[in-house]
Design a protein around this ligand. Structure first.
Ligand code: ADP
Length: 229
């Protein structure tokens, strides 16, 4: 039996509820993410994938339904407790890297660990290990502006995994890269996720990339449908 790392059940979300411009974005979404599993979230633009990822990552709250991480219900937790769970258990990667421009690649991966109480020696060692796994160890002393788009995104993956979260949530992580770079950077992400035993929910428009993941969920009219596999 698989261990469930994250479970979303019956998640709904509307914007501008009760107003003429009400949008019922999520109408009852269910997601089960097992340990070590990489799941694709395929959704056209505007269909609610960012909304779903924000709710899964505890950055936003659903109108109804539940979010569980490692069997623990997130509904009803205090804001402070939610922030702690988010910091410890969830890693985010976005379409744009959002690295801190005045810090080196290494420092960008070290800083979240220091904020989590890790010693600087241990944080540097883990950061170098992660950077090595995605092939950018030799760029560790470069600032983001001195890195290519693909290298910046690899560093962002390492930063997301710096504190060994249980779940990685990625919103179009290669959407800003040219197709060739996107492919190799995606491979690096998959290797990193697999080698660290992570679970991941990765939103992508790219069906070829989606097919390389363990399962594919498609957003349709506010609900998720799993591709027959
Ligand atoms: P996606 O990530 O799939 O492009 P989003 O989750 O960002 O979609 O948005 C889904 C829909 O909800 C879109 O139609 C968007 O315009 C609308 N929406 C998103 N955020 C808000 C908001 N804060 N207020 C009103 N409408 C919103």
């Amino acid at each position: 039996m698989n261990d469930v790392v994250m479970r979303l059940s019956g998640v709904t979300k509307a914007y501008n509820a009760g107003l003429p411009n009400e949008v019922n974005v999520l109408r009852g979404c269910d997601v089960t993410l097992n340990t070590g599993e990489v799941v694709a979230l395929v959704a056209p633009s505007g269909s609610g994938k960012s909304t779903l990822l924000h709710i899964a990552g505890l950055l936003d709250v659903a109108d109804a339904g539940s979010v569980e991480i490692s069997g623990q219900a997130m509904n009803g937790l205090s804001d402070r407790r939610r922030t702690i769970v988010r910091r410890q258990d969830v890693g985010f990667v976005y379409q744009f890297h959002h690295l801190l421009p005045e810090f080196t690649a290494l420092e960008n991966v070290v800083l979240p660990q220091l904020a989590n109480g890790v010693s600087s020696g241990d944080a540097s060692a883990r950061a170098m290990d992660l950077l090595g796994k995605v092939g950018v160890a030799e760029r560790a002393d470069h600032r983001p502006a001195e890195l290519s788009g693909g290298e910046q995104q690899r560093v962002a993956f390492c930063r997301a995994l710096a504190n060994a979260p249980k779940v990685l949530l990625a919103d179009e992580p290669t959407g800003n890269l040219d197709p060739g770079t996107s492919d190799t950077v995606f491979e690096a992400l998959m290797e990193l996720v697999r080698s660290t035993g992570m679970s991941a929910l990765i939103a992508t428009h790219n069906l070829e990339l989606a097919k390389r993941m363990d399962r594919v969920l498609r957003m349709r009219d506010g609900i998720l449908v799993e591709d027959a596999g």
